[in-house]
Design a protein around this ligand. Structure first.
Ligand code: PBG
Length: 351
């Protein structure tokens, strides 16, 4: 006696007689996947060292390398150490660095006025790195958050982050950063009109060749936590940044907002954070065709590091897969704390 029901018997008989060629029409996708040489031949997207921008954190002092608890493997560096790191990055073939300062608390005030000091930490770092490694690109942020005592990216007046006054201040800061030798000004503050203002200020000061890489779509994300520890703003921030960063729900608004930056003269666009916003990466690339970058932010980095440290995931493979995802989504490059690690793997042919 059969242990199957009649229906099961009929199913098994049908399965044995299935003509798979008839279903596939002989179009078999696995043919090109059959061997390594063939997979390499049909590969559509590649990650290269040329795609990597390395964000680094600067602190006052000399000969200091201070690990950041929330970002395993990342340290704040004094300017001299940052110069060494810049040389290492250049040797690895990384095209550019993005610098972020952790300024002393007594330098921070309600208006972020120290951003206008031509000799602040960020400008010191630019000068020193440019002198030592002239062919490495330097990207500086003009947002006020490292300079305010409330951790916001703009000037706070009566409980409001005021737009136009902030824009004038960051446009002035951009001039100082360009004077110090920055190649690309990269405002991450999300104030309205800042791209046009920075462009005008740069042009008026003879910096026509200094480019603007706009944080065109920056979302009010939970992924920035470790960065705020890195620059010392986590304890300072009152409230949140939802009155100026984009709502994570809004893709159409994000594309419109980026369009204004394009009209105002942005040369390149950033999507931030990265992986949760791959749809935005694709949309911006397809809409504007500008060089488009994803910022794989601190929280994205730390999640991979934590998962790998716990033994739950293969950290290196996850890192490379996620970096590749940005390329597939249309990005020309990625700002990533993994830049040196990824560059080494790519250099060994493991990319
Ligand atoms: C703010 C700024 C942020 C980051 C860089 N500049 C976001 C924030 O603190 O709100 C985040 C970078 C990261 O998380 O890696 N201008």
């Amino acid at each position: 006696m059969s242990k199957h029901s009649k229906h099961t018997e009929a199913g098994l008989t049908a399965a044995a007689a299935i003509d798979v060629d008839e279903i596939t029409g002989r179009r078999r996708m696995r043919r090109t996947r059959v061997a390594d040489w063939s997979r390499r031949l049909v590969r559509e997207t590649r990650l290269s060292v040329d795609d990597l921008i390395w964000p680094i954190f600067i602190i006052p002092g000399t000969n200091i390398t201070e690990p950041i608890d929330a970002m395993p493997g990342v340290s704040r560096m004094s300017v001299d150490k940052a110069v060494e790191a810049a040389k290492m990055a250049a040797d690895l073939g990384i095209p550019a660095l993005a610098t972020f300062p952790n300024e002393e608390m007594d330098r921070r005030d309600a208006t972020g006025s120290h951003v206008l000091d031509p000799d602040n930490l960020i400008n010191q770092a630019t000068r020193a790195i440019k002198k030592a490694v002239p062919n490495l690109g330097i990207i500086t942020d003009v947002a006020l958050d490292p300079f305010t005592d409330h951790g916001h990216d703009g000037i706070l007046r009566d409980g409001e982050i005021v737009n136009d006054e902030t824009v004038r201040q960051i446009a002035a800061a951009a001039v100082h950063q360009a004077d110090a030798g920055a190649d690309i000004i990269s405002p991450s503050d999300m104030m309205d009109g800042r791209i046009g203002a920075i462009r005008r200020a740069l042009d008026a000061s003879g910096h026509q060749n200094v480019a603007i890489m706009s944080y065109a779509t920056k979302f009010a994300s939970a992924c920035y936590g470790p960065y705020r520890e890195a620059i010392g703003t986590s304890g300072l921030l009152k409230g949140d940044k939802r009155t100026y960063y984009l709502d994570p729900s809004n893709a159409i608004e994000a594309v419109r907002d980026a369009g204004l930056d394009v009209d105002e003269g942005a040369d390149m666009l950033i999507v931030k954070p990265g992986l949760p916003y791959l749809d935005i990466c694709r949309a911006l690339k397809d809409s504007y065709g500008l060089p488009t970058f994803a910022y794989q932010v601190s929280g994205e980095y730390s999640m991979i590091k934590a998962g790998a440290a716990a033994g739950y995931i293969d950290g290196e493979r996850i890192m490379m897969e996620k970096l590749l995802a940005f390329k597939r989504a249309g990005c020309d490059g990625i700002l990533t704390y993994f830049a040196p690690e990824a560059a080494r793997l790519i250099g060994k042919g493991l990319g």
